[in-house]
Write a protein that binds this ligand. Structure first.
Ligand code: SAM
Ligand code: SF4
Ligand code: F3S
Length: 434
């Protein structure tokens, strides 16, 4: 009989897909210690806030949540601040919030169980990437699709971004280790993997002597698993978009025809101030090459509006760029000044101007997404179903182009890959019939 006392862990993710991946790993680390997950933080023995430092708003949310938790926290609760805010301002958190018990950064959270068990240190924000992955546990909570972190950190130092400081320098996991992790998910029925990295296409395994073991090589190796039917990756940097990766989009049919490739601005002047080290022309060249290998590839990107010294003319160039490319989906943010980054010292654009530009760009992107989705009505789209919808007999899946597809079915569709006839489109999704 299992005598381990039943304990509960509550975990909240605030950030990117890698942050969600880390939350899953934290949960896995505590399972052998008798913890199961709860969505109700008042019932939790251990509360973990896995935080994000990318924009000011994300950080404010963490401090307001700490304040709310303080009011309900009793002696039995342990409060852990993990993730990128813990890395960037761990010591300040402890000073500001006495209710916090433990602080762990994104490269040292594998230490958390022993920190709690031995109660010997409250903070660890060392950069221990290599050691971390060897100590983690990988248990799939899903039977269809799973995130797999293959690369971490960033050496690019865009002038606005905190990631090189919170996640450390670029680090790639060895192929064998990644394959071992994927095998565990395959045992749970997984059909799709989403390879993650802050600069996923900077991936390189230098332990594979004599082989050019880049992201394309890794994707081809993962495709050799018969059970893996789909592979995606994110997020890429234009300067690491190699010919081998571009060609893989035409040659490897398990690699989905979707690319999230942030550019941030359509103005070369602003790209230079952002220290992006590429210009708009380079981006156009990449997508031309990609389309020569995979003409139907769906494109996605990120934009920052109101970057310091962005003029109306610079912003017009962004709008023109978006009009030229025609994105399937794209994300846009107002510039947020981050402490310690070079751009925090640049001359700011007024908030009212930033808001107006964000609203104009978002309307254009929404229109493009709506038209993109509309273009699939009355055609068939291969869809992999991965979850139940909110309504009775409703199932949701992903098309090869990464759109959400909703259908009704009396039989269970989870894990099925089917051709769906698209009958309706909305701004953000598709509705289909089997
Ligand atoms: N590594 C990726 C890249 O090269 O673009 C993405 C990194 S970041 C997690 C995701 C997005 O957040 C960025 O593409 C950028 O658009 C946005 N972002 C990063 N720092 C920001 C800031 N200071 N203010 C507003 N948006 C920011
Ligand atoms: Fe941040 Fe730039 Fe690195 Fe992306 S490439 S993580 S935006 S510094
Ligand atoms: Fe946020 Fe850290 Fe991801 S700052 S976006 S959680 S890498």
């Amino acid at each position: 009989m299992n005598k381990t006392p039943k304990k509960r862990i509550f975990i909240k993710s605030y950030g990117c897909q890698m942050n969600v991946y880390d939350s899953n790993r934290i949960k896995n680390l505590f399972e052998p210690k008798g913890y199961s997950e709860t969505g109700d933080l008042t019932k939790a023995d251990l509360i973990v806030l896995n935080t994000c430092h990318i924009r000011e708003k994300a950080v404010e949310k963490v401090y307001s949540d700490i304040g709310r938790i303080k009011k309900i926290k009793k002696n039995k609760h342990k409060l852990v601040i993990a993730g990128c805010v813990a890395q960037a301002e761990g010591k300040e958190i402890k000073k500001r919030a006495s209710s916090v018990d433990y602080i762990v950064g994104p490269q040292s959270y594998h230490k958390l169980p022993s920190m709690i068990e031995n109660n010997n240190s409250f903070i660890n924000n060392d950069f221990l990437q290599n050691e971390k992955f060897k100590k983690l546990l990988f248990k799939s909570s899903n039977t269809v699709s799973e995130f797999v972190s293959i690369q971490e950190g960033c050496d690019k130092f865009c002038s606005f971004c905190v990631v090189p400081y919170t996640r450390g320098s670029e680090f790639s996991r060895p192929i064998n280790e990644i394959k071992e992790e994927i095998k565990k998910y395959i045992d749970n029925g997984i059909k799709e993997v989403v390879l993650l990295g802050q600069n996923v296409n900077a991936y390189y395994d230098d332990s594979q002597s004599g082989k050019h073991a880049d992201l394309a090589y890794l994707i081809n190796k993962i495709s050799e698993f018969d059970n893996i039917e789909r592979i995606r990756y994110m997020t890429s940097h234009p300067n690491d978009m190699t010919n081998s990766l571009i060609e893989a989009h035409g040659k490897n049919f398990k690699l989905m025809p979707f690319l999230h490739l942030p550019i941030q601005s359509g103005s070369d002047k602003i790209l230079k101030k952002m220290n992006r080290k590429h210009n708009v022309k380079k981006y156009y060249k990449i997508i031309d090459k990609l389309k020569s290998w995979r003409p139907d590839i769906a494109l996605s990107s990120d934009f920052i509006v109101g970057f310091p010294e962005e003029t109306n003319e610079d912003f017009d160039q962004t709008m023109k760029f978006v009009n030229n490319v025609n994105f399937a989906i794209a994300y846009s943010f107002m510039f947020s000044s981050r402490p310690g980054t070079p751009a925090s010292k640049f001359k700011k654009v007024d908030l009212s101007i930033k808001k107006a530009r964000l609203s104009a760009l978002q309307s254009l992107l929404k229109e493009q997404q709506k038209n993109y989705n509309k273009s699939f009505v009355n055609s068939a789209l291969e869809t992999l179903f991965d979850r139940k919808g909110r309504h009775k007999d409703q199932y949701i899946g992903r098309s090869i182009y990464n759109q959400s597809v909703f259908v009704n079915s009396v039989s269970n569709l989870i894990g099925k890959k089917l051709n769906v006839k698209i009958v309706r489109s909305t701004d953000f999704a598709l509705e289909g019939e089997l």
